[in-house]
Design a protein around this ligand. Structure first.
Ligand code: RNT
Ligand code: ZN
Length: 424
């Protein structure tokens, strides 16, 4: 489908540019800035969080991938080519986010506590070639030693030691990424630990988690190569009553240890949103990692959309000029739809929300607020909703040589036929 030709995009853009200019917004600058924000794309959407350890799928750990759409990537080469194809549909700067179980060990079994940077050689080479920096996550699920539902907070010292070693190994790997790419790799710790039903002792697991994290983080790493973050969650599947790494736990921990706090949009009460948490938390932690996701009832990981929630989070980051302290990442996985489309929908939606936030004539809102004209502030917010934003978004895609509007769908269809459906 040819949705719009170049001239139509340019014409609509010229009048949108005028409209924004009258309100004091430079659309050219907004497009440039929006394209320059790195968005870390989660590798695990490409294979339903399965990894290369020979597992048949995601298991345990409070998260669940449902669906069996054909064409899942089954090895590094497939995952990389799927990702490259998705990248061509997504405008703007990108990073790629790995989990430890995407190690390529050449058929050798390497336990997670023995992983080394060398097991990611192919990823690092690809990253350098494609100029796509990598981020990292230790993986505390889909593993026999996570079957009890407890890892770093386990009461079993041996289990705990294993995961501490895994987390330490992961930090070395993330550090190697950072050195390879000249930009720190975000290293995000999320553990599933929790209880399906009411625990009698809520404290001891948290004490053990704290001690474990202290040990992991005591190993020095060059901050030029790695940015440590910790990710909280309210509840998971099978951990409905209690999650050890709650928001309060990690907020306190990140503030004390001066590390990044990861806020996942799907990890709070269903009506609780994270936009208002950004200004508060940034006063106390060095930075944030935001997982753009979409909670839906009990699931935290539906494909991210250009939703009011997402737009509000982006507005907050931009209004506070906090881009240099907020790492932006996607986190969702849907196995029931074309996985490349899932990546593309999520990543395009996010870039769109970032652009819209950059276009906001915020100065006018602040002026109205400072002058006590709150009716004007509200009126402007309402008016800004119908500014000719779509024309600027199309122009951003044109500038970035990315497909305009729904044009990308034909390409996905084609790739599905030629590549995905040929996989056994
Ligand atoms: C799980 C967390 C975590 C995972 C990924 C796979 O609830 O959101 O970030 O989704 O690490
Ligand atoms: Zn997350």
């Amino acid at each position: 489908m040819k949705y719009k030709d170049k001239n139509a995009v340019e014409d609509a853009y010229a009048s949108a540019q005028e409209a924004y200019k009258k309100l004091g917004t430079d659309t050219e600058e907004a497009i440039r800035k929006a394209l320059d924000i790195p968005v870390s794309i989660q590798c695990w959407q490409g294979d339903d969080v399965t990894g290369f350890e020979g597992a048949s799928g995601l298991s345990g750990g409070g998260i669940l991938a449902t669906g069996n759409y054909p064409g899942r990537a089954k090895n590094g080469d497939e995952l990389r080519s799927d990702a490259e194809f998705a990248f061509s549909l997504i405008p703007g700067r990108k990073r790629f986010n790995l989990h430890s179980f995407y190690a390529e060990t050449g058929g050798q079994t390497v336990t997670r506590d023995a992983l080394e940077p060398e097991h990611f050689t192919r990823w690092m080479k690809w990253s350098a070639e494609k100029k796509i920096p990598l981020d990292f996550n230790p993986s505390f699920f889909s593993h026999p030693l996570a079957d009890s539902g407890y890892t770093l907070a386990s009461g079993d010292a041996e289990i705990r030691r294993f995961w501490i070693r895994h987390a330490a190994a992961s930090r070395r790997i993330a550090g190697a990424f950072g050195a390879n790419q000249n930009s720190p790799a975000a290293n995000n710790i999320w553990i599933p630990d929790g209880s399906k039903d009411l625990p009698a002792d809520r404290l001891s697991p948290r004490q053990r988690l704290k001690d474990g994290l202290d040990e992991i983080l005591s190993l020095p790493q060059d901050p030029k190569t790695i940015t440590d973050a910790v990710e909280s969650k309210l509840f998971g599947i099978g951990s409905e009553a209690y999650v050890v790494g709650s928001h309060e736990f990690y907020l306190g921990y990140a503030a004390t240890k001066k590390i990044h706090l990861c806020l996942d949009m799907g990890h709070f009460h269903p009506t609780e949103t994270i936009a208002d948490k950004i200004s508060s938390t940034l006063l106390f932690v060095p930075g944030l990692l935001v997982h753009f996701s979409r909670g839906l009832r009990w699931d935290s990981d539906h494909v991210a959309l250009y939703s009011d929630d997402q737009r509000e989070v982006c507005r907050e980051i931009i209004r506070q000029k906090a881009l240099d302290r907020v790492n932006i990442a996607l986190d969702f996985f849907d196995a029931s739809i074309n996985r490349i489309a899932a990546w593309t929908i999520g990543a395009r939606s996010l870039r769109k929300s970032l652009l819209e936030a950059l276009l906001e004539p915020t100065k006018l809102l602040i002026e109205a607020e400072q002058a006590g004209r709150n009716h004007e502030r509200l009126a402007l917010m309402e008016e800004f909703k119908t500014l000719p934003f779509p024309a600027v978004w199309d122009k951003l895609c044109l500038d970035a040589d990315a497909p305009i509007g729904p044009e990308w769908l034909d390409r996905v269809q084609d790739y599905e036929k030629k590549v995905l459906l040929q996989r056994t």
